[in-house]
Design a protein around this ligand. Structure first.
Ligand code: NAP
Ligand code: MG
Length: 393
C-alpha cells in the first residue's frame, strides 16, 4: 500500500466482525495502511460528533474510505448509551460533506438464484438523494378551495399557476429540486458507470412531467454530450434515457449488468425491489461516489443489533460478513487503482474469490443457507465462516 485508506469503525455486531475481517482476512496478507476514525456511537458522543466530520474530511483528502455500519441514534439509543444528544445519522453527515450519490450492488453467488430467472448480473441502483416528495410540503384543501403555485422573486410575484379548483375536499402537494443537485447526481452516475464499466440507464416520466422530470432528462443529456459521450464510447458502454415504465419492463426482462439511475422516490422503491429479488440485504454493498471522485465503501445493512445482543449473552451468532468484506475489497481495489499498485487490486479479487469459493463449497451463514440450493450446504457461525474463507485465500 502507498496511500492509507480512511477506516471508519462502527457499532455493535458489525464492529465485532470488522475486527475479525481485519485480523483473519487482511492483515496476514496486506501491509495495511489506514487513517483510523472511530465512528462507534460512544466516541461520536465523546467528540460531539466531530469525529464523523473529521472522517469525512479525511475521505476528501485521501480519496478512498471504508466504513463499518453505525448506529443512527433514536430516543431508545439516547437512553441506552446515555448520549448528550440525538446525533445525526453519520451517513447523512458524510453524504452532506462529500455531496455524493449512493450506488447499491447485489453480490451474486452460486446456489442463490435471483427471483427473476433471467437476472445473471448485478443491477446497480443509483438513487438521487435530494428533494422531490422527500422535501415536499402538502396540505388538505377544503371543498370550494383553489390551489395555486406562486413564485416570488425580489418580493414580486413572477408566476402564478392554478393547480386545481376543489369542488370537493382534497389534498395538494408542492415539491422541488435544484438544477445543481440534479447535475451532481448526473456526474456521479456517469463517473460510476465509467468506474464499473457498466451501461447507464436513467429513467423518469418526462412525457407526463414536461417541465419537472424533463429538466432531469435535459441535465443528464447536456452533461453527457459535453463531458462523457467520448469517454463512454472509448469504454464501450452506453448511456440512455428511457421512461420509468419502459425501464421497469426492460429491467425485468434483462439479464442485469447495468446501473439504473433513479429519481429519489423511484430509487427508494426500486432498490428494495432489486435487493429482495436478488435474495438478501446482507449480500448488498454500497458505495458513495462524490462528483469530485471520492469513494466510500460500506455494507448496505445496519449494525445487526439483535445478533449483537445475542453475542453479548455469549451466544455464537451466524452474522453474514460478506457485504462488509466486499466493502474492504472495494476500497482496497480502488486504492490500488489510484496508486498504481496492481498487487493490491489482485489481493482484493483473491479475497472476493475466496468468499465465493467458500460459499460454492457449501460454507455459509444461516440466512444464506435458507436461500441456497447448494446440496451439501452447512450453516456456520460467523467465526467458522470467516475461517472457511481464510482457508481459501
Ligand atoms: P440491520 O442491522 O440491517 O438488521 C436487520 C435484520 O436484518 C437483522 O436483525 C437480521 O435479521 C438481518 N441482517 C442484516 N444484516 C445481516 C447480516 N449481515 N447477517 C445476518 N443477518 C443480517 O437493521 P436494523 O436492525 O434495523 O438496524 C440496526 C442499527 O443499524 C440501527 O441502529 C440503525 O440505525 C443502524 N443502521 C445503520 C446503517 C448504516 O450504517 N449504513 C444502515 C441501516 C441501519 P435476523 O434478526 O432475522 O437474523
Ligand atoms: Mg425504502
Amino acid at each position: 500500500m502507498v496511500t492509507p485508506l480512511v477506516e471508519m469503525d462502527g457499532d455493535e455486531m458489525t464492529r465485532i466482525i470488522w475486527e475479525k475481517i481485519k485480523q483473519k482476512l487482511i492483515l496476514p496478507y496486506v501491509d495495511l495502511k489506514t487513517e483510523y476514525y472511530d465512528l462507534g456511537l460512544r466516541h461520536r458522543d465523546e467528540t460531539d460528533d466531530q469525529v464523523t466530520v473529521d472522517a469525512a474530511e479525511a475521505a476528501k483528502r485521501l480519496g478512498v474510505a471504508v466504513k463499518c455500519a453505525t448506529i443512527t441514534p433514536n430516543a431508545a439509543r439516547v437512553v441506552e448509551y446515555g448520549l448528550k444528544k440525538m446525533w445525526r445519522s453519520p451517513n447523512g453527515t458524510i453524504r452532506a460533506i462529500l455531496d455524493g450519490t449512493v450506488f447499491r450492488t447485489p453480490i451474486l453467488v452460486e446456489g442463490i438464484r435471483p427471483f427473476i430467472p433471467s437476472w445473471k448480473k448485478p443491477i446497480v441502483i443509483a438513487r438521487h438523494a435530494y428533494g422531490d416528495v422527500y422535501k415536499a410540503v402538502e396540505t388538505k384543501v377544503p371543498a370550494g378551495g383553489e390551489a395555486f403555485i406562486t413564485v416570488e422573486k425580489d418580493g414580486e410575484v413572477t408566476q402564478k399557476i392554478k393547480i386545481a379548483d376543489f369542488p370537493c375536499a382534497g389534498v395538494v402537494q408542492g415539491m422541488h429540486n435544484y438544477e445543481r443537485s440534479i447535475a451532481t447526481f448526473a456526474v456521479s452516475c456517469f463517473e460510476c458507470a465509467l468506474d464499473m464499466k457498466l451501461p447507464l440507464w436513467f429513467s423518469a416520466k418526462d412525457t407526463i412531467s414536461k417541465t419537472y422530470d424533463h429538466t432531469f432528462k435535459d441535465i443528464f443529456a447536456e452533461i453527457y454530450e459535453k463531458d462523457y459521450r467520448k469517454k463512454f464510447e472509448e469504454a464501450g458502454i452506453e448511456y440512455f434515457y428511457t421512461l420509468i415504465d419502459d425501464a421497469v419492463a426492460r429491467i425485468i426482462r434483462s439479464e442485469g449488468g447495468m446501473i439504473w439511475a433513479c429519481k429519489n422516490y423511484d430509487g427508494d422503491v426500486m432498490s428494495d425491489m432489486v435487493a429482495n429479488a436478488f435474495g438478501d440485504l446482507a449480500m448488498m454493498t454500497s458505495v458513495l461516489i462524490s462528483p469530485d471522485g471520492v469513494y466510500e465503501y460500506e455494507a448496505a445493512h445496519g449494525t445487526v443489533q439483535r445478533h449483537y445482543y445475542a453475542h453479548l449473552r455469549g451466544e455464537k451468532t451466524s452474522t453474514n460478513p460478506v457485504a462488509t468484506i466486499y466493502a474492504w475489497t472495494g476500497a482496497l481495489r480502488k486504492r490500488g487503482e489510484l496508486d498504481g499498485t496492481p498487487e493490491l487490486c489482485d489481493f482484493a479479487s483473491k479475497l472476493e474469490n475466496a468468499v465465493l469459493k467458500a460459499i460454492a463449497d457449501g460454507n455459509m451463514t444461516k440466512g444464506l443457507c435458507a436461500l441456497s440450493s447448494i446440496p451439501n450446504r452447512r450453516a456456520l457461525n460467523t467465526d467458522e465462516f470467516i475461517d472457511a474463507i481464510a482457508a481459501r485465500i
